[in-house]
Every structure is written in structure tokens, then in C-alpha cells.
Design a protein around this ligand. Structure first.
Ligand code: K1U
Ligand code: ZN
Length: 171
């Protein structure tokens, strides 16, 4: 297994639209394992393939306390949604930034697992928020795009400044 580098906002590759997964082979199983390890190490509760510069419709998540309930969503589609909820979201591609975002409260998702088997999942609360956040990544959308242009630009400047400092300190 391997830890994968996570793209940092405002990296333009975060705006790439992911393609559907068609082949469920050993390379895909390896990517799932590497993404899970990367998510647990970060630590985070979700990770989309887009964030590790792999532009396929693959998400890993684990909302359990013991970190032993890995959920793999491949080619996910929201087939029903209702209600609305506000949640203070974070993102491994925008570290240190937490902002309120309003999303659907209840969703039903259809997806495939790592072997290609289809399943349906009803989600509410944080699970629903996290699935919608990760599915946005697959569409090339980062959660800061829900914020005002003023807030978004402040976050962008902060991230660019932070990246420059890291680069300067590495010499
Ligand atoms: O970058 C990501 O997409 C992962 C992100 C998922 C997420 C969290 C909260 C709301 C919406 C989406 C994270 O995991 S951020 C880190 C985080 O929330 C967390 C980290 C450690 C323990 C518990 C939560
Ligand atoms: Zn994110």
C-alpha cells in the first residue's frame, strides 16, 4: 500500500471532471487500498479519486469511530433527495478551512462496490453531507465554490501564501 499526495486548492486539476469506471481490475483494487490508507493517515472521513489526481468516479469513506467500516462508492448517482441541512465542512484539499454549506438532508445513492456489484444506500446527516461533498469532487467542484467570491478569494490567497512558504522552507 502507499500514501498518495493530496492535491491542494487552488490546484487546477481539482476541477477535472471524473470519468466512469468501466474495468474492475487489480489496479482499481490497489487504488482503493491506497486511497483508504491516505484517507486514514490524513486523517479524514472521505476522499475522492480527483483529490489524488486520478480522474475516475471513485470515492472512499469511513465515518466509523473505530475506522473499520470502509465504504467504497464507484460510479455513484443520487437518485432521490429531499430536505436541506447546513453543516460545517472541511476538506483535505483545503486544510485548516471549515465553512458552513447547505446541502440536501436525505439522499438515496446508487453505486457499485470495488468488485463492480451495484447497491443502493439511503443516507442522512453527516453521511449524506460527506457523499455529496465527495461527489462534488468527482464533478470538479470544491466546497469553497459554495462560498461568496470574497470568502473564496481570501481562502485562495491564504492557500497560495501557505504553499509558497512551504516551498521556500524546503530549500
Ligand atoms: O477532503 C475531503 O473530501 C474529506 C473531508 C470530508 C468531509 C468532512 C466534513 C464534511 C464534509 C466532507 C474530510 O474528511 S475533512 C476532515 C474531517 O472532517 C475529519 C478528520 C478527522 C476526524 C473527523 C473528521
Ligand atoms: Zn473535499
Amino acid at each position: 500500500m502507499a500514501l498518495l499526495p493530496i492535491l491542494q486548492y487552488p490546484d487546477p486539476r481539482l476541477h477535472t471532471v471524473a470519468k466512469p469506471v468501466k474495468v474492475f481490475d487489480q489496479a482499481l483494487q490497489q487504488l482503493v487500498a491506497d486511497m483508504a490508507e491516505t484517507m486514514y493517515d490524513a486523517p479524514g472521513i472521505g476522499l475522492a479519486a480527483t483529490q489524488v489526481d486520478q480522474h475516475i468516479q471513485l470515492i472512499v469513506m469511513d465515518l466509523s469511530k473505530e475506522k473499520n467500516e470502509l465504504l467504497v462508492l464507484i460510479n455513484p448517482k443520487i437518485i432521490a433527495q429531499s430536505g436541506s441541512q447546513e453543516y460545517e465542512e472541511g476538506c483535505l484539499s483545503v486544510p485548516g478551512i471549515y465553512e458552513n454549506v447547505t446541502r440536501a438532508e436525505f439522499i438515496t445513492v446508487e453505486a457499485q462496490d470495488a468488485t463492480g456489484k451495484s447497491f443502493r444506500l439511503d443516507a442522512d446527516g453527516l453521511l449524506s453531507v460527506c457523499i455529496q461533498h465527495e461527489m462534488d469532487h468527482l464533478k470538479g467542484k470544491v466546497f469553497v465554490e459554495y462560498l461568496s467570491p470574497l470568502k473564496r478569494n481570501r481562502i485562495r490567497s491564504k492557500m497560495v501564501k501557505h504553499a509558497r512558504e512551504i516551498e521556500r522552507n524546503s530549500y
